[in-house]
Design a protein around this ligand. Structure first.
Ligand SMILES: Nc1ncnc2c1ncn2[C@@H]1O[C@H](COP(=O)(O)OP(=O)(O)OP(=O)(O)O)[C@@H](O)[C@H]1O
Length: 334
């Protein structure tokens, strides 16, 4: 199957009733099958609107969404919008029956026509989501992260081809989150599921996604592989979404030894290294932020403060004078 014939948006626009600014504007995209696509963008950029349009929860004002060439109809055009091959999970786990066991919450979505197939499939999905041990527990007693796993199991039980995730890991603590991210990647790998997710977390999208779509003011401003977008973003906006980077004006960049005609210069913390061995130590350590296996140092020279990565924790203390070696930077006019 060619990529273009899977899930497509063709010049899709949506303005909410009573709003002057469009939620999304003339978006065209092709979702790659059997991959994880992450939609990122600042708050209000249209991520959830785009996801709902792809799923058929919203009807576009203009344009079309096609799944394998078949039109996805929204609520204004069809009584039960969307497509059976797609399922969506949000932060909201209200669909769970809190008084029923985990097993029943999942199995209830399978037809009763073949009881052994129903049992086999339920058990398989529980294993995929690593919740087999919770099968006989009442949903009421689950943690937020466990509920989220059950919600995803419920979405997957009928073997959808596409799973849409709208910030489903938001309520989940970091360790639980990483486990769930790994399990979803494994399911994609093992079953060929296609995942489209919306997330605010740069670490999450960089490690999970095969493809990133960057939205700004309802439009796609760039898309590509996470590594490409991280290392060579075409827009300052993208760099700022993906990393806690330093942004310098042209004049301040010049004071750091960077000569450019561009308006803004971006330096990622890992592209600037402190060194105490140079004679010209014109930066002062203002803060040392412990990050586990490394430190972020906030160093200062005149009006300029830089965040730089130090992979030798405890080497520098507040007030130390250091030289900062800038190994790489990006220049932007946008
Ligand atoms: N139901 C609605 N009615 C009116 N305007 C809406 C509605 N939902 C979203 N919007 C507006 O549409 C635009 C896009 O919103 P959307 O929720 O898609 O953005 P988002 O990127 O998902 O934001 P967030 O990250 O904060 O969830 C925003 O300007 C928002 O205020």
């Amino acid at each position: 199957m060619s990529d273009t014939s899977f899930l497509q948006a063709l010049a899709v626009s949506k303005t909410y009733p009573g709003e002057r600014v469009a939620g999304v504007k003339r978006i065209s995209l092709n979702i790659k099958p059997q991959k994880i696509t992450a939609i990122i963008g600042e708050s209000g950029s249209g991520k959830s609107t785009l996801l709902r349009l792809l799923y058929g929860l919203l009807s576009p004002d203009d344009g079309r969404v096609l799944f394998k060439g078949e039109r996805i109809w929204g609520p204004e055009e069809k009584l039960i919008p969307g497509h059976d091959a797609m399922k969506m999970v949000t932060q909201d786990t209200d669909g769970l029956n809190l008084y029923a066991k985990v097993w029943d919450n999942i199995a209830v979505l399978m037809p009763n026509t073949d009881v052994s197939a129903k049992e086999e499939r339920t058990s398989q999905v529980l294993q995929q989501l690593n919740i087999l041990k919770l099968a006989s527990k009442q949903a009421f007693f689950l943690s937020g992260g466990e509920k989220q796993r059950v919600a995803i199991a419920r979405a997957l039980i009928t073997r959808p081809e596409v799973l849409l995730l709208d910030e489903p890991f938001n309520q989940v603590d970091t360790s639980f989150r990483e486990g769930l991210q790994q399990d979803i990647r494994q399911i994609v790998h093992d079953t060929g599921l296609t995942v489209i997710m919306v997330s605010h977390d740069p670490a999450e999208v960089l490690s999970m996604a095969d493809e990133l779509i960057v939205l700004k003011d309802g439009e796609i401003i760039e898309a590509g592989h996470p590594k490409t977008l991280y290392q060579a973003p075409q827009n300052l906006y993208t760099a700022k979404l993906l990393t806690n980077c330093n942004v310098l004006s042209q004049a301040n960049a010049a004071l750091c030894g960077i000569s450019t005609k561009a308006a803004d210069v971006v330096i990622y913390p890992e592209w600037a290294a402190p060194t105490g061995s140079w004679t010209r130590k014109d930066w002062t350590v203002k803060q040392v932020l412990f990050k586990g296996n490394h430190e972020d140092l906030l160093v200062n020279k005149g009006d300029i403060t830089l965040r730089v990565l130090n992979d030798e924790p405890d080497k520098y203390k507040l007030g130390d004078k250091v030289h900062i070696k800038i190994n790489k930077y990006l220049a932007f006019d946008n």
